[in-house]
Structures are given as C-alpha cells and as structure tokens.
Design a protein around this ligand. Structure first.
Ligand code: GLU
Length: 372
C-alpha cells in the first residue's frame, strides 16, 4: 500500500490548517512546512508531478487581525483570508524556492471547477505550470467566494482539483490517520487501511468532528473521496502531524486508501462522451479525420462546416464529410468564432479574431473518438 504514493504520476497533496498553524499561537509552522516541501522535492526528483492544496489563510489572518477565538462571521473569515493568504503564499514561495522550485499561487472559486469554460482555463493553466516545472499552491479564493458558491472546505476543493487536472492520487493530510469503524476513542473501533467502495456503511462511519480551524471533518473527506475516486484518483486520508508525512506514508504509516474507480483518462473521456449534451456539429475533411484517428488534435484548417450555437468549452459532435459522427469533444472556440476561423491555418487566428486563441479547435485531451 505504501507503494500507492510512489507509483502515482500526478499527485495533489492537501494540507489542513491544523498542520500548518500552531493551535496556541496561530503562527505558521515553518519547520513542518519545510519538511513537507522536502518530501515534495524528493517525489519531484522521482519524476512525479506535484501540487499542493493548502488551507491556513483564515487561521493565519485571524491572528494577524486579532480576531477573537471561536466561530467567525462570513465577512470576518473573508477578511482574515485576504490577510492570511499573503503570508501563506509568502511562506510557500520562500521554502519552495529554497529547493529550486517556482511557486505558483492559484486561488479558485467553485465556479472555476464547475463551469466548463472556466474549468478548461484553470485546467490548462495548471497543466502549463506543471509542464514548466512550477509547484502550484492552490486555495479557495475565500475573500470573494460568497456563501452560496463556495466549497467552504479544502477537502472537496482538493478532490475537484484532482479530477480537474486528471491526477491519479490525492493525499489529504490532517490530524486524523484515516477512517475508523467507530469514533477512534471508543473501544472496538477498527482502523480501515483500504476502502474499495464508498458504501452507505462507510458513509455512516464518518462522524462530524472538525478541529477549530478546519471546517472539513470526516464527512467532507468522504465526500472528497467520492469525487476523487470517480475522477480516477486514489485517495489517502493520513495524519500529517509528524515531520515528513509523505515519506511516512511511503514507509507504511497508518492511513486509509480509497481505491480509484477508473483511470483519470477514462473518467475524463466518459465525462466528455457520456454526460455532456452536444450543442453543435463540426464537420471536418478527410485529412482531419486521419489526423484525429492518429491521435492528433482538431485544427481549424480541417473544418469545413459548423452547425448550431455553442460557447467555448461546450460539447460538440465531430462529423466526417459523409455526416457520420466520428468523435465528441469540447470546442476551444464559440460557434461564431469557430465559423470565422474554419478552413484557416492556426497562425491566422489572431488576425481573424483579434485575439490569440488556442491553435486547436478541439485539443486531443478534450476529444473522444467514437468506436467504429
Ligand atoms: N480555505 C480555507 C483557508 O485557507 C480553509 C478551508 C478548510 O479548512 O478546509 O483558511
């Protein structure tokens, strides 16, 4: 089981506020963070892609603003996050750069992972950062998120991020070492090292206990597990209290692993071909059909007709010259712009549209070929 982490290609590590900040003083726990970054650096050196979802903005900011202990009002926590996020990002930047990494701050709101157009943008930015070797450090944009449209907890945010970027592993580091059959302090409570399926019994085992800083109790962790495993990632709930928590997992520290229900690739393809309604049709020439069959992206040059009205990121059907549906995909252009650039080569896009959009009309990652 310890090899789950070592075998992963793309890993999201979520850090709870209770680990990053001292409960007494509210100060950032630098020694701990440094040890974590050391773990991240070691995994990176092995060729694994790493990103961090970090809580702690509110916990740090409330101390700086001298807010009274206890539950904060929404606007107070938003104010605290505005202050705390700077300190948080600064600490990550300082420590990551000491290990030779560029630190990239990404603040997301719920709409960024739920609305397809924004989702595609966030996804491609994170992919680009990973390609360039940076370590994305992600948090919710608490300051602008309103009650109705916020995650509220970073467990689910991390799970959404994991499935958005097709990560194959998510580790939730907090102050619990996994899921138990009953509250851990009760006699007879048994630790579960592996959960193959999130059944109603498993859900019932999740109590509601959350620490004073983090809103995410076991319930949100199970909700996160559902999202992550359906998106093709294996997920661990692990205790991050000791230094080098990732190394500890690799060395067999107690934690709970939730099995992935598919691969990130299959989950994404299923999402594109199965759950999205096609809003238009893009007809392509034989050359483009060949390119698609060969695993390439769809370029505007090979497009001969566009039907329907669709926006950027909407699902469309791709037809060959005879009108057979050969693929489904997410269009990088809205239908009007797609009509303008169809038949043209990609370097003409800027001149035709007045902005430099993507070179592909449908990127191959956003394309699913129909079975012949
Ligand atoms: N986004 C919040 C923060 O940075 C944390 C939410 C959570 O505790 O899960 O303070």
């Amino acid at each position: 089981m310890s090899t789950h982490l070592e075998k992963a290609q793309r890993v999201v590590v979520k850090i709870g506020s209770a680990l990053l900040t001292d409960a007494e003083t509210g100060k950032l726990n630098r020694t701990w963070l440094q040890a974590l970054v050391e773990d991240v650096a070691r995994m990176r050196a092995r060729g694994q892609e790493m990103m961090i979802v970090s809580s702690g903005a509110i916990a740090l900011g409330r101390r700086a603003l001298k807010l009274a202990p206890g539950k904060l009002k929404l606007e107070e926590s938003q104010a605290a996050a505005a202050v705390g996020q700077i300190g948080l990002a600064h600490a990550f930047q300082e420590i990551l750069s000491a290990y030779g990494f560029s630190c990239a701050q990404i603040l997301l709101t719920l709409e960024d992972t739920e609305e397809r157009r924004r989702y595609l943008n966030a996804r491609s930015t994170i992919n680009t950062l990973l390609k360039l070797g940076a370590v994305p450090v992600i948090n919710e944009n608490d300051t602008v998120a309103t009650t109705e449209i916020r995650y509220g907890d970073n467990d689910r945010l991390a799970a959404r991020v994991a499935s958005m970027v097709s990560a194959d592993c998510l580790v939730l580091l907090s102050d619990v070492d996994g899921l138990y059959t009953a509250p851990p302090h009760l006699p007879g409570a048994k630790h579960l090292p592996e959960v193959a399926e999130i059944t109603p019994e498993i859900e019932a085992m999740a109590g509601d206990a959350a620490s004073i800083y983090s809103r995410g109790g076991m319930k949100t962790k199970i909700a996160a597990a559902r999202i992550a495993t359906e998106g093709g990632a294996r997920m661990a709930i692990a205790n991050g209290r000791s230094l080098h928590p990732l190394k500890a997992i690799e060395e067999g520290a107690r934690c709970t692993w939730f099995a992935a229900h598919s691969t990130p690739f299959a989950a994404r393809k299923r999402w594109i071909s199965g759950s999205l309604k096609s809003l238009g049709t893009i007809t392509i020439d034989n050359g483009a059909v060949k390119a698609l069959m060969g695993g390439r992206s769809l370029l505007p040059a090979g497009v001969t007709a566009i039907e329907g009205e669709f926006g950027r990121g909407d699902a469309v059907s791709v037809h060959d010259a005879e009108g057979h549906e050969i693929a489904r995909g997410l269009s990088a252009y809205a239908s009007d712009d797609a009509r303008t650039i169809m038949g043209h080569s990609s370097h003409e896009i800027e001149e035709l549209l007045g902005y430099s959009g993507r070179a592909e009309m449908i990127h191959r990652d956003d394309l699913v070929l129909k079975k012949p």
